[in-house]
Write a protein that binds this ligand. Structure first.
Ligand SMILES: Nc1nc2c(ncn2[C@@H]2O[C@H](COP(=O)(O)OP(=O)(O)OP(=O)(O)O)[C@@H](O)[C@H]2O)c(=O)[nH]1
Length: 333
């Protein structure tokens, strides 16, 4: 959500990593952020000029962000090279995404970036929530649905970061996520939900299973409260990446490879069948085996010697081609 404290959290995150005498590497992927409140190793703003992109392509703010991200993604292999080169000295690589998170999660470039990262390194998502602005059940459920859509899209381990807990403690949220009755009671009491209360209540029920897949921490990006808890959650999420995400991704790749091989074999078999490579004559469309004469000669043509010779030539050439093609197909099997 806008103003939930993402930039402040990034600032807190990098300073906490430094305080623990560890080394972060920070990448900013928000082309429209302007001046960053935290130190940054790679900044998309150094590569693409968001305002210029908007002007040049006649785009609005969101189109400008997508196009800037697309342009940056074409250089993303260089970012990965830099990270790989430094990986021995690094403990964490932290990416800040555009504030309009849907632009990132639902754009092709956002998916390329997350998929590529997740195929190379343990990758964990932190979803920052504005706790004081989520105390109404309807806003809370909307926020959870949003997080769910990101989880569904990326299928990566996710940590829900309830920020601003110096203002409002996130205890209520944790309770709603673990005790359905308490959430239902809050929905009944909430006047804002109005006629939507039964939908909000049902949503709470649907989301129960989703909550089990999440790690929840409450932090204050301003005071630093809860950051230790956050790093414990990151370690757990990294384990989850190795036990769940990685094997699932490898299985998916294997399945894809096998499906490709199966379809190639089927096509090859079909082709072999069509060509009747089992040693007999050629298969004609009607399904009956035929001599070459069936293809190249017809009753009337028998009388035309010249034409017959031409057909014979074609027939011999064609057989030689077929044999050579069959040899090629066998060598491919
Ligand atoms: N009290 C309190 N205020 C916070 C906390 N985190 C952020 N804020 C304040 O919330 C406001 C928004 O913080 P940002 O870090 O700019 O939020 P953002 O999500 O990056 O904002 P956008 O990029 O505009 O979407 C600022 O006034 C911050 O000082 C927190 O933990 N506690």
């Amino acid at each position: 959500m806008a103003g939930s404290g993402k930039s402040t959290f990034m600032q807190r995150l990098t300073s906490s990593i430094h305080s623990a005498k560890k080394t972060p590497y920070v990448v900013n992927l928000d082309p429209a952020v302007g001046k960053l409140p935290f130190g940054c190793n790679i900044d998309i703003q150094d590569v693409v000029n968001y305002k210029q992109v908007m002007k040049q392509y006649g785009l609005g703010p969101n189109g400008g962000i997508i196009t800037s991200l697309n342009l940056f993604t074409t250089k993303f292999d260089q970012v990965l090279d830099l990270i790989s080169k430094r990986s021995k000295d690094l403990d964490y690589v932290v990416f800040d995404t555009p504030g309009q998170i849907e632009i990132f999660t639902w754009s092709a470039s956002g998916q390329i970036i997350t998929d590529t990262l997740a195929s190379m390194h343990p990758t964990v998502l932190a979803y920052v929530i504005d706790t004081p602005r989520s105390t109404s059940p309807a806003t809370f459920v909307s926020n959870m649905m949003y997080a769910l859509s990101i989880l569904y899209k990326t299928k990566l381990p996710m940590i829900l970061v309830f920020n601003k807990c110096d203002v409002v403690d996130a205890g209520f949220a944790k309770e709603w996520m673990t005790d359905f009755e308490s959430f239902q009671a809050a929905v009944r009491e909430d006047e804002d939900s109005g006629y939507m209360s039964s939908l909000v209540g049902s949503m709470g029920l649907v989301l129960e299973e989703f909550y089990n897949a999440l790690k929840v921490v409450s932090v204050s990006a301003v005071t630093g409260q809860g950051m230790d808890e956050f790093f414990v959650a990151v370690d757990e999420a990294v384990k989850e990446y190795h036990t769940d995400y990685r094997p699932a991704m490898e299985k998916k790749l294997l399945d894809k490879k096998e499906a490709l091989k199966k379809s190639r074999d089927e096509n090859l078999a079909k082709l072999m069948n069509d060509m009747a490579v089992d040693g007999g004559g050629k298969e004609v469309k009607s399904g009956k085996k035929a001599d070459e004469d069936d293809f190249y000669a017809d009753d009337g043509a028998d009388e035309d010697e010249e034409l017959n010779m031409r057909f014979e030539d074609r027939s011999t050439n064609s057989r030689a081609e077929d044999e050579s093609f069959q040899r090629f197909i066998r060598s491919q099997k």
